[in-house]
Design a protein around this ligand. Structure first.
Ligand code: ADP
Ligand code: MG
Length: 429
């Protein structure tokens, strides 16, 4: 669903009040009765409210629903988008909305600009956007939930993403800077980099590999497993380093080291030029994104998620860079021994205390499971060996290749990746 901001500047103050009223009414009513909208908006009845209702319906921010018992309105995704944007606008997190740079199955990603012209990313969570088959299979579940479950679940996903991004950033993990969160949206800093998925070659695969596994181990020390650690969710930033003499190419990074490797894998760019110009040193810095699937290391299926994260990195490096580590692991049993080591704080516990409660985590997790959301990683796996097909060079634009998720889901490849069901009844995070 596209974010269409054209109508936003034409809404009157009364229109906004009515839109907020529909949102508030949605908490207890699947279809908000018209008299209730009037009442909550505090606008004196009569033509004012009705004019606003018809304005909002015309631009699809609310939709009319004829119920068996009564007529009323429902907030649309468009309406929720506007409410969130308006909040970000008021807090100066967003001034203008630019291009869409990513389309996931459960999110839309836009480049936005702040009042001072700084570019940022707006991630809009859209958990209701699921395949027809999933909707059908889970209709009863969805029906039994409180009204507007897509809205609530998308909001939980945004809350969770913001809470973890903040905790990680505060502890110096390489993640975007969280800026703001409202409803189903998160504003964060823009990372000027491409997903690993789109990178066809790196000069030192062993170094990058070691660094990614070190990141998985470091997350574990802080009580966390990313749960979707894969080539879609790792952005690889190129940072120019100081010029170095030609013969100091640091190609001997540790193999599959599980130790906390150096923060950046320093590599020297492989210039095809045959001139003897000084070699340009660049650092490849992996930045981790996409946190709605993060789990605690105490989660009943923690070992499964940990192993899957590790396997995703291994498989990708084998396929894409033909790199296989000599060392097995890292293993969950090693990771769990290190929890809390070297003064690492338990971020799983801190996040739970900071507003994204255990109850919310559980609700979001069961919803994601019900509708078959299982991360980009599961999908990447389902695509088969497509090595050649999606490789692009460094200067390609992000073409939203996450899109292939839909296909994978259609042919059921995602279900094959479901976690073991033994602990299904009592999932905590
Ligand atoms: P999804 O949950 O849909 O997978 P992601 O958070 O992984 O959403 O984002 C999808 C894509 O959008 C990423 O693969 C990346 O290309 C781009 N993206 C997301 N966040 C950022 C960011 N902060 N900076 C730059 N690009 C980003
Ligand atoms: Mg992703």
């Amino acid at each position: 669903m596209k974010l269409d901001t054209r109508a936003i500047r034409y809404l009157t103050a009364e229109d906004w009040r009515v839109l907020v009223a529909v949102e508030m009414g949605s908490k207890n009513h699947e279809v908000v009765p018209t008299p209730l909208i009037a009442q909550i908006s505090g606008l004196r009845g009569g033509s004012g409210v009705h004019k606003s209702i018809s304005n909002l319906a015309k631009v699809n921010l609310i939709g009319k629903v004829k119920n068996a018992k009564y007529d009323g309105y429902r907030l649309t995704y468009g309406g929720l988008d506007y409410l969130a944007l308006n909040t970000h606008r008021k807090s100066s997190a967003i001034y203008s909305v630019g291009n869409q740079i990513g389309v996931g199955k459960e999110s839309d990603i836009y480049v936005v600009a702040s009042n001072s012209g700084v570019q940022r990313v707006l991630k809009i969570h859209r958990l209701g956007r699921i395949s027809f088959r999933s909707v059908k299979a889970n209709r009863d579940y969805l029906r039994n939930r409180s009204s507007g479950s897509w809205m609530y679940m998308s909001r939980l996903a945004a809350l969770k993403e913001y809470a973890f991004m903040k905790a990680l950033k505060d502890n110096d993990f390489p993640v975007p800077e969280p800026v703001a969160q409202s409803r189903h949206t998160v504003v964060m800093s823009l990372i000027d980099a491409f997903p690993l998925r789109q990178i066809s070659e790196v000069p030192d695969p062993a170094g990058l590999y070691a660094e990614l596994l070190a990141m998985i181990m470091r997350l574990a020390r802080y009580g966390l497993i990313h749960g979707d650690f894969n080539e879609f969710n790792i952005l690889v930033k190129e940072e120019a380093a100081t010029e170095a003499p030609a013969d100091t190419s640091a190609t001997s990074q540790a193999d599959a080291g599980t130790a906390d490797a150096s923060k950046e894998s320093s590599i020297s760019a492989e210039e095809t030029s045959t001139t003897d110009a000084p070699q340009r040193q660049i650092n490849l810095v992996p930045i981790l994104i996409d946190f709605p699937q993060m789990v605690s290391i105490d989660h009943p299926n923690a070992a499964y998620y940990f192993d899957r994260d590790v396997a995703c990195v291994k498989r990708f490096f084998e396929r894409r860079f033909h790199f296989t580590s000599d060392e097995p692991g890292p293993f969950f049993s090693d990771a769990i021994k290190d929890v809390g080591k070297d003064g690492a704080r338990r971020l799983d516990v801190e996040v739970e205390a900071s507003g994204f409660s255990r109850k919310m985590a559980k609700e979001l997790e069961s919803y994601m499971k019900e509708v078959g959301i299982d991360g980009d990683g599961a999908v990447a796996d389902g695509e088969g060996s497509d090595d050649e097909e999606e490789q692009v060079s460094h200067d390609a634009i992000n073409d939203g290749s996450d899109r292939t998720e839909d296909d994978a889901r259609e042919d059921g490849t995602i279900d094959a990746q479901k976690p073991p069901s033994a602990a299904d009844d009592d999932l905590v995070s």
